[in-house]
Design a protein around this ligand. Structure first.
Ligand SMILES: *Cc1c(COP(=O)(O)O)cnc(C)c1O
Length: 403
């Protein structure tokens, strides 16, 4: 795999977004990370080791699946699924976790800290740390711990310490605050393994590069299977790493539309959502966790509490590169509500035998809306970012399915 990086600029700016808004004590660590990452990505031995792990451990390339029955039922575009749900540990997060864990080793740092919302990044990180023999501490909000029990247990089994976070809304943003606090204290021995295209430079760029494999594979696969590029790419957007991972390889293909799907929660009107772009009442440009982007804020600039049925999309900001792609109208952003995601979750399970993560179900919901308005020779490529096993408790509670 080769990596081509035109943006961000050398200050980590994606146009007006991005940058490095951190306490001075962290600057040396960020500068070291920029330097070591730059060496690593130009070092064929490092990239070969990364590729080798992706192939022999993660199970890449992940397949591209034609969702035939779903497409037929909708009566429009052909839907193809990029199967990140089939990766070892169940989601796209492992790609980035392995890349950064290898970098930590290269920096001589033996302790890894991470934050997690859905638990998938925690599991990805704990998995990579077990594989490479690194100490692992994962910060997780108490609310997320309660709704993602199977992943908490997985992390512990994998040898990680899970530290509950009781501050704020007790979800992902609070877990990130705690992880940053830990990093400031232990920066000499510790690498902060950030889980999405968020945070200060170089994280949004580096995480994108490690996830670029998704789109690079998908582009080749769709060309081989269909003889043409897709008309639209659809991916859910939490921080935005699975979406950027899919989009990046298609950025120069002007006729390929890119659609990011945020969490519409209980609908935009009541403010109970995590749609950072869609709600003009709360979405404002601001700085959160070291980077400038769209941030859901109250009129006096306090960070809003977000809501989504899926823990992995429940975050008040969004990766700076998405804010730029939206300004440039290169990508478009919409949302799916909890209800629409739940319906898509069941629809994909029953028509294709694939139980998606609730996060990914937001992308499926958008494909279900779009496909019927398109021709049957058109193609929608959906990133199925993860599998739904971790969400069964939530879905059972929501649907009250009885046997
Ligand atoms: C974490 C997660 C997401 C959201 O994170 P992004 O950085 O936006 O990709 C989406 N899907 C799954 C399965 C996840 O675990």
């Amino acid at each position: 795999m080769t990596i081509n990086t035109n943006i961000p600029d050398k200050h980590g700016k994606f146009g007006p977004y991005g940058g490095q808004f951190v306490p001075e004590t962290l600057m040396p660590a960020l500068e070291e990370l920029i330097r070591v990452y730059d060496e690593a990505r130009n070092d064929p031995a490092f990239m070969q080791e990364f590729d080798h792990l992706l192939k022999t451990y993660v199970g890449r390339p992940s397949p591209l699946t034609h969702a035939k029955r779903l497409s037929q039922k909708l009566g429009g575009a052909q839907i193809y699924l990029k199967r990140e749900d089939l990766n070892h540990s169940g989601a796209h997060k492992i790609n980035n976790a392995l890349g950064q864990a290898l970098l930590a080793q290269r920096m001589g740092k033996s302790r890894i800290i991470a934050e997690t919302g859905a638990g998938q990044h925690g599991v990805g990180t704990a998995t990579a740390c077990a594989l490479l023999g690194l100490e692992c501490v994962v910060y997780m909000g108490e609310v997320d711990i309660a709704r993602q029990q199977p992943n908490v247990f997985r992390m512990k089994l994998l040898g990680a310490e899970v530290r509950p976070v009781a501050s704020g809304s007790r979800t992902l943003k609070d877990a990130i605050n705690e992880a940053i606090r830990d990093w400031v204290t232990n920066v000499a021995t510790t690498h902060y393994l950030l889980g999405s295209v968020l945070g200060p430079h170089p994280y949004p760029m580096m995480v994108r590069d490690f996830q670029n494999v998704i789109g690079a594979e998908a582009r080749e696969q769709v060309l081989a299977m269909c003889g043409r590029l897709p008309d639209a790419l659809v991916a859910c957007v939490g921080g935005g790493s699975n979406a950027i991972g899919l989009f990046h390889a298609f950025c120069d293909d002007e006729n390929v539309a890119m659609i990011g799907v945020e969490a519409g929660g209980e609908g935009i009107a009541g403010g109970r959502h995590a749609a950072r772009f869609a709600d003009p009442n709360v979405s404002r440009i601001g700085v959160l966790h070291g980077t400038k982007s769209f941030v859901m804020q109250t009129p006096d600039g306090q960070i809003m509490e977000t809501h989504s049925i899926s823990a992995g999309l429940d975050y008040p900001s969004v990766g700076p590169e998405h804010a730029l792609l939206r300004d440039q109208e290169r990508a478009f952003y919409t949302y799916a509500t909890d209800e629409e995601a739940l319906a898509a979750f069941q629809e994909l399970s029953q028509t294709e035998g694939i139980i998606p993560a609730l996060e990914s179900a937001h992308a499926v919901a958008e494909a279900i809306k779009r496909a019927p308005k398109m021709r049957s020779d058109q193609i929608i490529l959906v990133n199925l970012s993860g599998r739904g096993d971790k969400d069964l408790d939530t879905v059972i509670r929501e649907l009250m399915i009885d046997d």
